[in-house]
Design a protein around this ligand. Structure first.
Ligand code: ZN
Length: 181
């Protein structure tokens, strides 16, 4: 029997525009439960990342994950990484545009420029400081989730509204898995 997922805030909900608060004690039981709930919600929605703000908790916790899905067939497989109080400490000069979507913006895809690699610092679920260098798709997922903690949604970063697409057109034009009418 599967636990019910948490409700995901959708664009227009003010919580998505809040700046998330620092978390003093990641090791507290309440946050261990929140991690489990976020993982469940993300997995059931076929997401590759999630931020606490998306379930109405304006605190600095994100999960960065990546696995091949229908929407991201070329995504690498990694174990989900819960990150408390994440900071972007360094980034490549080089940026790259790639298609993104968001559980909080259903049915819409957009081309978003992101740094190709980033160095991030965060606390893990035991409160230990960690540093990681992320590249390409995983770096993109991090930047997307990190934005959520500042109240930024990916559509804010699309350079031109002509670079927005419906999910159907994305599957048709970019993935080539839906036949033309
Ligand atoms: Zn999102």
């Amino acid at each position: 029997m599967t636990e019910p997922s948490l409700e995901i805030a959708q664009i227009g909900n003010p919580v998505l525009r809040q700046t998330a608060e620092w978390i003093d004690r990641p090791q507290d039981r309440a946050y261990q439960i929140l991690i489990a709930d976020l993982l469940q919600t993300m997995t059931q929605s076929a997401g590759v990342g999630i931020a606490a703000t998306q379930v109405g908790v304006a605190k600095q916790l994100v999960i960065v994950a990546s696995r091949p899905t229908l929407r991201y067939p070329n995504a690498p497989q990694i174990s989900p990484i819960p990150m408390f109080n994440p900071q972007l400490v360094e980034h490549s000069d080089e940026t790259e545009k790639g298609w993104e979507g968001c559980l909080s913006v259903p049915g819409i895809r957009g081309l978003v420029p992101r740094y190709k690699s980033v160095t991030v610092e965060y606390q893990d679920r035991d409160g230990q400081t960690q540093q990681l260098i992320l590249h390409d798709f995983v770096a993109r997922v991090f930047q997307h989730e990190y934005d959520h903690l500042q109240g930024i949604v990916f559509v804010d970063r699309v350079e031109n509204t002509t670079e927005l697409m419906s999910e159907l057109e994305y599957q048709r034009q970019i993935l080539g898995i839906v036949p033309n009418p």
